[in-house]
Design a protein. Structure first.
Lengths: 212, 344
């Protein structure tokens, strides 16, 4: 009975005849996907960054998300929107601890950690970062690898701490001394035998990368 | 049959106890190791952040050297040995999580991307080397011990079971994840180390944070972030009544052991959770001399935990205990954020 009454009533249209016709829609904004493409191409392997569906699983899985300027999800939206400067100035890639929690949980299989590495190297090349601590740590580490073929903790720590955390030196020095007493720190770096070979490889790789 | 070993920089010095204990237990479980000659650093998580192609070339040099060394001798372990021993990839053991991941990643991406493969090989050619992706199979030490040597062999060598010792198994991040070759039982909750420790007779804690992050390089870049991550792990292990925490990675051991004191000072806490390598615990269960296992080199003393199961270290062998810091010392400058965090 109820259904019959519904059918007999004419359909109600709200506000019919009261409103003037809508103006035509503006043309859709042109989004420049150039930066997205650049990031994808600079990442080794298949990054799948274009596949991001903005679900936020990455940020929810991230142990250092609370300290990041943008969560990984936000950062990827910014990459897609072409906000090059904002992305490269964000501290997000530098706060990535490479734990790969997001990578194994991402429903789209985006290689998030590798994209963070790409963004770090792009930021270093562009000279874009608010805080030089993290890039300098990476660069100091690389200095020892490029000159000795091995990492050298004492040199790395000394150079890095004096430059970036001079106030922490008195606090950290006893710790270093403890490590030294227990035989866990080398006083001099170890050099590999064929350093010239490694240097030739790295020089050639740097040339190839610059040519890209 | 020999396995190729890529020890990595950490094992040479700051996590020397890992290498010492590994070499000490080798003969007990029938594991024969040979180091890759003249290997170089894998770049950790730093080189790759500075430049990509040099980073992959740096890592690939090790793979090329391993390939060269293995193909020159007949008796190196190859994938599928025992079932079909012809033509499988040569096995390379990496005991450090960062090295394991970097080597696996380079091999994986060189196989996935022909452009990367070509460029890396062009760079290697400058040093007279070449690497074909897939010819070396990179595996973590724990994976080899559990899945190749087998838990039966591990159990057989035990002479001093760790009965009564409560151990929290800690894997860290980079070994079970991203796991390109699907070797681990689970990327977020693996059980390999749990089973190994059970085989040694230890009481294994079902540790919920077993694959959470130790802080990685954040101890250098932004210590408060790292201290919070370290606190979570140490706090959880203590809450579960663990006597000590067993790790499979030098970086995790460094962060949790060496920075535990700093973390305590930062949060005004008093945790004393010893952090040992799983190979050291294997050595203890095999009745080996503690000093040869590098015990006593950890900064958070493991002696009280081991004394619980009757394993005593002679006082002369052990390093002197660290003098505790006075609580009411001179006022030291603190960062604004530090003040709030330490008193809540």
């Amino acid at each position: 009975m109820d259904t019959a009454t519904v059918e007999t009533q004419p359909p109600r249209v709200r506000g019919e005849g009261e409103r003037p016709p809508l103006p035509p829609l503006p043309p859709p904004p042109v989004v420049d996907l150039g930066f997205l493409k650049e990031v994808v191409e600079a990442t080794a392997g298949v990054s799948r960054l274009e596949m991001c569906i903005q679900c936020g699983t990455c940020g929810g899985s991230c142990p250092s998300a609370a300290d990041m300027d943008h969560t990984p999800r936000q950062l990827f939206a910014m990459v897609r929107a072409g906000l090059r400067d904002e992305v490269l100035r964000s501290n997000t890639p530098w706060f990535c601890v490479s734990c790969y929690h997001c990578v194994v949980r991402c429903p789209q299989g985006v290689h998030i950690t590798d994209i963070m590495y790409t963004l770090k190297s792009m930021a270093i090349r562009a000279g874009y970062y608010k805080d030089a601590t993290a890039p300098d740590f990476a660069k100091t580490f690389v200095y020892y690898v490029e000159n000795y073929g091995r990492s050298f903790e004492l040199g790395l720590a000394t150079r890095f701490y004096l430059r970036h955390h001079p106030l922490r030196v008195p606090g950290i020095a006893p710790l270093g001394l403890d490590m030294l007493v227990k035989g866990r720190i080398d006083l001099t770096p170890r050099r590999i035998k064929h350093m010239d070979q490694l240097k030739a490889i790295l020089a050639r790789a740097a040339e190839l990368e610059a040519a890209q | 049959m020999k396995y190729l070993l890529y020890p990595g920089c950490s094992m040479e010095r700051f996590s020397r106890p890992y290498k010492d204990s590994l070499l000490a237990i080798c003969q007990h479980i029938g594991l024969e190791l040979e180091e890759v000659d003249d290997w170089n650093c894998c770049g950790a998580t730093e080189y790759i952040a500075v430049s990509l192609l040099p980073a992959y070339s740096l890592i690939a040099r090790n793979l090329a050297l391993a390939q060269q060394q293995a193909s020159s001798g007949p008796d190196y372990h190859r994938a599928g040995d025992g079932r079909n021993s012809r033509g499988g990839a040569y096995t390379l053991i990496a005991p450090c999580s960062a090295c394991y991941l970097n080597l696996s990643k380079t091999d994986h991406y060189m196989g996935e991307s022909p452009i990367l493969n070509e460029k890396v090989n062009q760079a290697l050619a400058a040093g007279g080397l070449h690497y074909t992706p897939g010819t070396v199979e990179i595996r973590h030490l724990l994976d080899i011990i559990v899945n190749e040597i087998g838990l039966e062999a591990v159990r057989k060598a035990v002479v001093r079971p760790l009965t009564g010792l409560r151990v929290a198994p800690y894997y860290g991040c980079m070994t079970p994840r991203p796991d390109y070759k699907k070797r681990w039982s689970n990327p977020e909750y693996p059980t390999e180390l749990d089973r190994l420790l059970k085989a040694l007779g230890a009481e294994v804690v079902d540790f919920p944070l077993k694959t959470h992050c130790c802080g990685g390089h954040m101890t250098q870049i932004s210590p408060p972030v790292a201290y919070e991550l370290i606190r979570r792990l140490v706090h959880a292990a203590a809450q579960y009544g663990a006597d000590l925490l067993a790790t499979i990675c030098p970086m995790c051991q460094l962060n949790l052991d060496v920075y535990q004191g700093e973390m305590n000072r930062y949060f005004d806490t008093t945790y004393r959770m010893p952090i040992l390598f799983f190979t050291q615990l294997m050595g203890v269960a095999y009745g080996l001399e503690l000093k040869a296992l590098g015990l006593g080199q950890e900064l958070v003393d493991a002696r009280p935990a081991l004394a619980k199961i009757g394993v005593e270290m002679p006082a002369a062998e052990a390093a002197p205990a660290r003098r505790p810091r006075k609580k009411e010392g001179l006022p030291m400058p603190r960062m604004p954020g530090e003040e709030e965090m330490s008193h809540d």
